[in-house]
Design a protein around this ligand. Structure first.
Ligand code: F6P
Length: 500
């Protein structure tokens, strides 16, 4: 029987009870369903469960041994059995384990941080003003998010990113830069990723000084063959997954943009969340409640998508970052043992920053036929002088969560708002390296705990391989050598060759 048995009965019991009813019947939930970890507050009162349904969810957490699962993760157990690997991203940012494996990993991480600091000091002493970071997926999205969210206006370096194999990406970034005043970092765990090798080659040609080319990878041989010597290569390890790697030397662009000390604050924030997720009792544990809520919305309420809505312009890349973290981790349909998962796994994650998105897709959130659970994220302290804007931003944040939950009746069906649309509200006291480290680590742990509840492996991603294999088979055909096998692709290739 599924680990999640019993949830359907809870959902049926609550089918005719709206969020407004739940709050009317139990007003104390407004504050009781709120948890805190340092400067991060989370309020789950507008989810569509009551205390009895929550008891059922926490019973599932106990049966699934989420507490033990967190410990195994931090201790470096093989949580990725299809590849025989641990997932020790927590060892990159703190000492939250006494296991020898985690202590060994931590020592390697600290050593790499010292090397990173030395390389940054060398660059700071040079006339370099701009850094070009080349990578994709986990070797791009985390650094891109953190630099966009946290870099200060007067930062020593401006950091630019190239990821897409579309040559326009390199063209547009490099057009605005002076190769004499630039350095570049090629980041790839495998150093075998087509996009990164092509873009890395473009940047290597473009740089006027080879000595300003750096690399981050697990594969020192491929890096050397590409032309970067060991003294300018920072390490990666197979115990860090790509999408969990911004805390490693993959974060070199972050450390350049923020300064090494602020990079370490980011790691400290994540380490504080590691400690919370591992040690807080389940009912006080934001990672556990967030994971249980995700499973409730997916498997009891059958929501097909999940929105993430940061109300802070600096977090506008967070949805793109979370799409990889969540969907590459949880987009699985077989369990760890290889048999089919009996329930739905990851919904489609999507979103964008408020208030802009209120004027694009919020219509569908309020009146569309699909209920979309949402995570709203607000930041209480403004880091700008525009107090009226900040008050308006926060008013909109509060208004949307309230309107989605409560709706509004009307005699005119076009003007009726059904409400009963669940959301979780996160509030950060301020947007700092520490608080953002905490928030991102929270999502990492929630994702892992969801994988435990579904019995799937959160740390492999074989689903991305087939497309890569077919593309490499088709590349010669596209260049006029050989034919495709597939009938439709054959027609399309003829179309390409006639019109290119
Ligand atoms: O998209 C597939 C993937 O393997 C991601 O998991 C990874 O983050 C990305 O490609 C980049 O891989 P690499 O760092 O090896 O270039």
């Amino acid at each position: 029987m599924s680990m999640l048995a019993g949830l359907d009965a809870e959902a049926r019991r609550l089918a005719n009870t709206s969020i407004s009813d739940l709050i009317r019947q139990d007003p104390a939930r407004a504050s009781d369903f709120a948890l805190r970890c340092g400067g991060l507050y989370a309020n789950f009162a507008r989810q569509r469960y009551d205390r009895t349904a929550l008891d059922a969810l926490f019973a599932i957490a106990e049966r699934a041994d989420l507490v033990g699962a967190m410990r195994r993760l931090l201790d470096g157990a093989i949580v990725n059995p299809s590849e025989g690997r641990a997932a020790l991203h927590s060892a990159l940012r703190g000492d939250n384990s006494t296991s020898q494996v985690a202590i060994g990993a931590r020592a390697q991480a600290v050593d790499a941080q010292a090397r990173m600091r030395a390389l940054i000091e060398q660059l700071e002493a040079s006339d370099v003003t701009d850094i070009v970071s080349v990578g994709i997926g986990g070797s791009d999205l985390g650094p891109r998010l953190m630099v966009d969210a946290l870099a200060l206006h007067d930062a020593r370096f401006k950091v630019h990113f190239i990821s897409n194999v579309d040559g326009n990406a390199a063209q547009r970034v490099l057009a605005g830069l002076d190769p004499e005043r630039s350095a570049a970092i090629v980041i790839s765990k495998t150093f075998g990723t087509q996009e990164t090798l092509l873009n890395g080659g473009i940047v290597r040609e473009w740089l006027s000084n080879d000595e300003r080319l750096y690399a981050v990878s697990t594969n020192a041989e491929r890096v050397a063959a590409f032309g970067v010597p060991p003294e300018r290569t920072l390490p990666m390890w197979d115990w860090v997954g790509g999408r969990y790697s911004l805390w490693s030397a993959v974060g070199f662009p972050i450390a350049l943009a923020l300064g090494m000390d602020r990079f370490l604050e980011l790691l400290d924030g994540a380490a504080a969340m590691d400690a919370h997720a591992a040690n807080a009792a389940p009912r006080d544990n934001i990672a556990i409640l967030h994971a249980l809520t995700a499973v409730w919305n997916r498997n009891a309420l059958h929501a097909a998508t999940q929105a993430v809505l940061p109300y802070d312009d600096r977090l506008k890349l967070l949805p793109a970052y979370l799409q990889q973290l969540v969907m590459e981790s949880l987009g699985k349909s077989v369990r760890i043992e290889g048999d089919a998962v009996e329930v739905d796994t990851v919904p489609v994650w999507w979103g964008g920053a408020g208030t802009d998105t209120q004027h694009s897709f919020f219509q569908a959130l309020h009146q569309g036929t699909q209920v979309v659970p949402a995570d709203f994220i607000g930041v209480l302290q403004a880091d700008h002088p525009h107090a009226q804007n900040h008050a308006a931003l926060l008013a909109n944040l509060l208004a949307q969560t309230e309107a989605l939950a409560n709706g509004q009746g009307s005699d005119d069906p076009h003007r009726r708002y059904p409400g009963n649309r669940p959301s979780t509200l996160f509030l950060l006291d301020a947007l700092t390296p520490r608080s953002l480290g905490m928030l991102v680590a929270l999502y990492e742990h929630s994702v892992y705990l969801q994988s435990v509840l579904w019995g799937i492996n959160a740390f492999d991603q074989f689903g991305v391989e087939l497309g890569k294999q077919v593309a490499s088979r088709l590349l010669p055909a596209l260049e006029g050598e050989g034919e495709a096998d597939d009938a439709v692709t054959k027609v399309l290739l003829r179309e390409f060759s006639q019109r290119r």
